[in-house]
Write a protein that binds this ligand. Sequence first.
Ligand code: HEC
Ligand code: HEC
Ligand code: HEC
Ligand code: HEC
Ligand code: HEC
Ligand code: HEC
Ligand code: HEC
Ligand code: HEC
Length: 452
Amino acid sequence: MRDGRMFLVAASALSIAALMVAQEPRQQGPALGASGEAGLAKLIAATSKESRACIKCHENGAAPVVVEQWAQSRHAENGIGCYECHQADKADKDAFQHNGFTISVLVTPKDCGQCHDQETKEFEASHHAKAAEILGSLDNVLGDVVEGPPALNMACAQCHGSTVKILAGGKPDPATWPNEGIGRINPDGSKGSCCVCHSRHTFAVSIARQPEICGYCHLRPDHPQEEIYAESKHGVTYRALIAKMNLDSGSWVLGKDYNAAPTCATCHMGATKDLPATHDVGTRLSWTLRPEVSIRQQAWQQKRNDMKKVCLNCHASSWVNNFYTQYDSAVDLYNTKFGEPAKAIMAKLQAAGKLGATPFSKKIQWDYFEMWHHQGRRARMGAAMMGPDYVQWHGFYEVAKTFYSEFLPEAEALLPGVTAEVVNAPENQWLKGLSQEDRDKVKEYYQKRYGE
Ligand code: HEC
Ligand code: HEC
Ligand code: HEC
Ligand code: HEC
Ligand code: HEC
Ligand code: HEC
Ligand code: HEC
Ligand code: HEC
């Protein structure tokens, strides 16, 4: 109590402002006291003795905004203070002594999991938690060898996650932290960083529910989900009706708490009346579109049915089923006309010793990489999330241009005859010239349209 009173005397105008925000009515969660001072006193009194000491000192100069943000959080409303998250055991690798307390600056999924068991288990089971395991990939050869280690650290690791190393004394090594990569490998063995989506120290769910947070990583040129979504009717509707999205609500069930538009979180994580929310973003995907040739996920029908449960709140079953038919046909087109033939030709060139010593020594290897890793992903991902410009001009157009005007001629030059089977396949007959009938059609179209 004494701590609380002293805190109030020292309270600045800013912390009162923070408090007013904390007092805005929320749909769920405990109501705060009527007056500002009583509300603040209540917040502080509800925390532990240790946390009151952290607040008292930090409020007066050591990153004071942290305290203001914390005061706006659900954690503050529920008596969870600094110490509850930052406390550490002396035996922890990342523990250090701090003004009489044993704390750690890292707060890992293992720490959050003490109170949020279910979200943590789901997250740990997801591809997100494994995202730092990229050694051995072609992308890694690019970042680490072709480009250079600082690029790997400031680029790849900021999205995928670093391995956080701890110096003597318990503080993180600056070469490896700050880092909020989604699959960060923590000194306690846990994986990931919940802060990636739950910005500290408000931890407001409204931030995690917006597409912008996903777009920190999910953007151009090799996985332009943010741009695809922005182009889609879903994204356009979201922006226009954002005030109706109820993003700050405690409960956020589609069809009950909001209905204006779906965000990334709605389709990949959110709850509906008949589908629970999940922190494993892979549980509703039927394909994986990342590799050279797309592959079906395990138990893909089940996963697709779960995604459909989301769509069916706003669309009829024929609309949704027909969408999936169209989507599958775009993925099949990419696989069978471009992905599989190109992969087979690369294997033949490799076997004949025509490729360089590394995956990026010959021009054809760069072209092939761009075809599947950038252009082919854009086409497939555009189809998955209703972004027609990504399917066409950023997608299939680029794939076709690379395949026909660069990849095939380069392969043929390296090993004559290697492209014969592909060039003679029925879907590539157009290479031998359009029929007279097709040529007449084109001529007629331009005459009618432009009088040429
Ligand atoms: C007597 C004042 C005081 C108390 C009590 C105090 N802190 Fe601090 N804390 C500081 C100062 C000063 C810094 C350094 C700020 C800087 O470097 O800009 C700091 C830094 C930190 C850091 C960052 C450390 C780093 O190396 O990056 C964390 C985390 C932290 N405090 C948490 C806590 C927690 C949790 C408590 C309560 C258990 C607490 N503090 C109690 C004054 C205090
Ligand atoms: C819900 C858990 C939680 C609570 C409550 C919490 N923190 Fe943190 N804090 C974190 C997380 C997560 C990080 C990010 C560290 C990491 O990289 O893992 C962090 C980082 C920090 C940092 C260093 C990062 C920076 O930006 O400088 C400071 C300082 C800090 N916290 C102080 C505090 C203080 C003071 C309080 C109480 C007012 C507090 N924290 C309450 C979870 C929490
Ligand atoms: C000591 C227990 C405890 C710890 C540790 C803890 N939380 Fe919480 N958290 C709570 C409680 C209690 C609530 C409020 C009740 C609820 O919404 O479930 C809450 C609420 C939340 C919310 C909902 C916020 C909102 O706006 O509705 C998020 C997100 C969250 N916590 C994330 C985290 C993350 C991330 C960590 C670790 C960095 C963490 N928590 C650590 C107890 C804890
Ligand atoms: C802007 C953030 C960002 C950067 C920078 C980034 N990636 Fe990624 N990476 C992603 C995202 C997001 C995905 C998943 C895309 C998807 O599923 O559509 C991904 C996918 C991958 C995959 C495919 C994993 C699988 O399961 O098939 C590998 C491998 C990879 N990245 C390695 C790297 C390497 C190595 C670098 C640096 C040279 C790098 N990435 C740079 C965000 C990033
Ligand atoms: C990829 C982004 C992302 C990551 C990473 C993430 N979350 Fe969340 N989290 C969300 C979203 C989005 C919501 C809101 C979901 C909803 O309301 O449907 C949420 C909601 C929550 C809630 C509130 C649940 C409720 O019912 O009110 C808690 C608690 C939570 N997350 C904890 C965690 C913890 C702990 C971690 C780390 C293990 C974590 N989250 C990592 C995106 C994320
Ligand atoms: C800090 C970077 C980062 C953020 C933020 C992020 N992701 Fe990811 N995401 C990744 C990476 C990296 C991968 C690829 C992981 C791998 O395959 O190893 C990925 C993969 C995925 C996948 C494919 C999962 C699978 O099982 O194949 C989905 C879906 C996804 N993310 C959705 C989201 C959504 C929705 C959000 C926002 C709520 C989000 N992500 C936020 C980095 C991020
Ligand atoms: C209307 C629902 C919806 C919205 C909104 C949505 N997605 Fe998707 N997403 C899908 C569907 C459907 C698929 C394809 C699922 C399948 O293959 O069965 C998909 C696939 C993905 C994949 C997997 C790509 C791969 O590598 O296989 C990622 C990553 C992803 N979405 C991220 C996002 C992000 C980030 C956002 C927001 C910027 C977002 N999604 C918005 C429905 C949605
Ligand atoms: C919250 C409601 C909502 C959810 C959930 C939702 N949609 Fe939509 N969808 C809309 C709205 C609104 C439009 C725009 C309707 C219009 O143009 O009149 C739309 C448009 C579409 C379109 C037409 C796009 C175009 O190019 O015009 C398709 C296809 C579509 N949705 C498929 C899906 C699929 C598949 C899912 C599930 C993965 C889904 N939607 C989930 C609300 C939703």
